[in-house]
Design a protein around this ligand. Structure first.
Ligand SMILES: Nc1nc2c(ncn2[C@@H]2O[C@H](COP(=O)(O)OP(=O)(O)O)[C@@H](O)[C@H]2O)c(=O)[nH]1
Ligand SMILES: Nc1ncnc2c1ncn2[C@@H]1O[C@H](COP(=O)(O)OP(=O)(O)O)[C@@H](O)[C@H]1O
Length: 226
């Protein structure tokens, strides 16, 4: 069996983790696991886990580490024979240490995006909750305004993308991400990317993953220079 590849993507809310993860999953066949989607699915389905995390997510606060690890690590166990990409987990040093004790990551991508860009993007982010599909009215608008491309169901905006919750999330992100980034830097697996446009960052990530996974870069639509 080919060696399994395990990666994580980090960055503040709105930095493009979901958008880039989708491209990585499509181009490199990694299983994609987003902690945010997973928590929101649980909240929508009113599962026990969903009820437990609802108040934190709605306020833009981090779910406590022991809850997050208890929810995420069993999900990863189910994927133990797959290569995967984590988005949104680990987010704190405690989570990174818990993950480290079970799996050695091969690569961590960190996105550095200016605050003003994040604010603009999130004020314009629209979601189709059942599928997790994400739109932006200028970057990737839906075909019909306010409706999901596949199901034509209505799109919504997250309460935690609103400016009050956003500031709290960004502040939290900065404080908690630094030790995690330092940990992965010390392990020699951290790769940082800066910019204001996903389409300009993507070719670098595509080429890094092609090298690390020892495969030819795919020449699909997304790898072309915009
Ligand atoms: N204008 C613009 N919007 C982008 C770009 N990249 C992503 N977006 C949009 O910005 C929002 C945040 O991106 P997302 O991938 O959800 O970020 P995440 O919170 O880090 O997962 C979404 O509405 C995306 O469609 C870009 O380069 N330009
Ligand atoms: N690893 C995590 N640890 C603690 N809370 C988390 C984690 N991942 C997600 N959450 C919770 O879910 C919310 C939404 O997460 P997510 O969708 O990843 O946001 P974004 O992609 O916009 O940064 C967070 O604001 C937080 O309340």
């Amino acid at each position: 069996m080919a060696k399994l590849f395990r990666a994580a993507i980090m960055g503040p809310p709105g930095s493009g983790k979901g958008t880039i993860s989708k491209r990585i999953a499509q181009s490199f066949g990694l299983q994609y696991l987003s902690s945010g989607h997973f928590l929101r699915d649980g909240i929508a389905a009113k599962t026990e886990a969903g009820l437990l995390v609802k108040s934190y997510v709605e306020k833009g606060m981090l779910v406590p580490d022991h809850v997050m690890t208890r929810l995420m690590l069993p999900k990863l166990e189910q994927l133990s024979s797959h290569s995967w990409l984590l988005d949104g987990f680990p987010r704190t040093l405690g989570q990174a240490q818990a993950l480290n004790s079970l799996y050695q990551l091969d690569l961590v991508i960190s996105l550095n995006i200016p605050y003003e860009t994040l604010r603009e993007r999130l004020s314009d982010r629209w979601i189709h909750p059942p599928s997790g599909r994400v739109y932006n009215m200028s970057f990737n608008p839906p075909r019909v305004q306010g409706k999901d491309d596949v199901t034509e169901e209505p799109l919504i905006q997250h309460d935690d993308d609103k400016p009050e919750a956003l500031m709290a999330r960004l502040r939290h992100y900065k404080d908690v991400a630094k030790p995690v980034i330092d940990l992965y830097k010390s392990q020699g697996i951290l790769h940082s990317f800066s910019g204001t446009e996903t389409d300009k960052i993507w070719p670098y990530i595509n080429s890094l993953l092609s090298t690390k996974m020892h495969i030819q870069p795919s020449h699909n639509r997304q790898t072309q220079t915009p």
